[in-house]
Ligand binder design. Structure first.
Ligand SMILES: O=C[C@H](O)COP(=O)(O)O
Length: 225
């Protein structure tokens, strides 16, 4: 099983330059990653540079805190798809999750869902700030709000994806949506374990090294990856 088709090749740092984005897009082409994941300001550049490559363009919304109104998230998401984004990774209203205001959490997701009905919506629940019950509630609210994927982390919180969290989310989702594991996925072993636990997509800024390591392991073992 090749890892590249699972990977959103990600560069979301504030310090990313247009040259960095060009390099990210070339790496995505060279490695046949599923998508790049960039901030909204770079969606148009990534779209243009990936034209004809088959590599998708994902962006973020309400990122990284989730602490903007649902209306602001809806406008941001709509503008991003108009710029050429295929997928939007929105950050949930984390404070509403901690307050266990599930109606508000679902409405936040639904507002973005309705703004981009034809595009892939991933909902970041930022597991590092939640206890298990809150993870379950946030996952359920994301699915009920129309998420295509539920995503573990922004990569900017106090922690990233864990196998236990992916398994918990998989149990709650029960096939109604997909899972993206993101944040701290650095090795081929991490990646394979996340997929085994239930991840359908991986968000990582370390994809090039990860697939290179995996390829070397495949050569050494003689197994085709
Ligand atoms: O998917 C989004 C994350 O920012 C990727 O996290 P990472 O930089 O720890 O790989």
């Amino acid at each position: 099983m090749k890892l590249a088709p699972y990977i959103d090749h990600t560069l979301l740092k504030a310090t990313a330059t247009p040259a960095d984005i060009s390099r990210l897009c070339q790496e995505a082409r060279d490695n046949a990653f599923y998508a790049v994941c960039v901030n909204p300001v770079y969606v148009a550049q990534a779209r243009a540079e990936l034209d004809g490559s088959g590599v998708k363009v994902a962006t973020v919304c309400g990122f990284p805190l989730g602490a903007v109104t649902s209306g602001q998230k809806a406008v941001e998401a709509r503008l991003s798809v108009e710029e050429g984004a295929d997928e939007v990774d929105m950050v949930i209203h984390i404070g509403a999750v901690l307050a266990e205001d599930w109606d508000s959490v679902q409405a936040d997701v639904r507002a973005v869902r309705q703004a981009i009905p034809e595009h892939v919506l991933k909902v970041i629940i930022e597991t590092c700030y939640l206890d298990d019950e809150q993870k379950r509630g946030a996952t359920e609210a994301a699915v009920a709000g129309g998420a295509d994927f539920v995503k573990t982390s922004t990569g900017f919180g106090t922690g990233g994806a864990t196998l236990d969290d992916v398994r918990l989310m998989r149990e709650v989702i029960a096939g109604r949506a997909k899972i993206k594991a993101a944040g701290g996925v650095r090795s081929a072993a991490d990646a394979r374990a996340m997929i085994e636990a239930g991840a359908d997509r991986l968000g990582t800024s370390g994809g090039v090294a990860l697939v290179a390591e995996d390829g070397m392991a495949g050569e050494q073992s003689g197994e085709g990856y």
